[in-house]
Design a protein. Structure first.
Length: 88
């Protein structure tokens, strides 16, 4: 089953390699979508794939050096046709 989520990460998530780590982990897990820095210091992500793989991605991000996630907001979105995972 494929799902799509919009995630917004708050905490120490900019300037610490968060997007680089997200892209590499998402690609390794076979997920699609994108990740982007926001003006308020948070990071937004839309990610699509198997729910267990999306949770594995979040766990990998939580374990990142220098990354400190204080809060994650989630929203389920309609599945889209896309390939790859990139930075915006």
């Amino acid at each position: 089953m494929r799902i799509r989520k919009r995630l917004q990460f708050f905490g120490q998530v900019q300037g610490v390699g968060f997007r680089f780590r997200a892209v590499n982990a998402a690609r390794a897990l076979g997920l699609t979508g994108w990740v982007a820095n926001e003006w308020d210091g948070s990071v937004s992500m839309e990610v699509q794939g198997d729910p267990e793989e999306i949770e594995a991605l979040i766990e990998k991000l939580k374990g990142g050096t220098f990354i400190r996630i204080e809060r994650i907001e989630e929203e389920v979105l309609p599945v889209e046709t896309e390939s790859g995972f990139d930075t915006r």
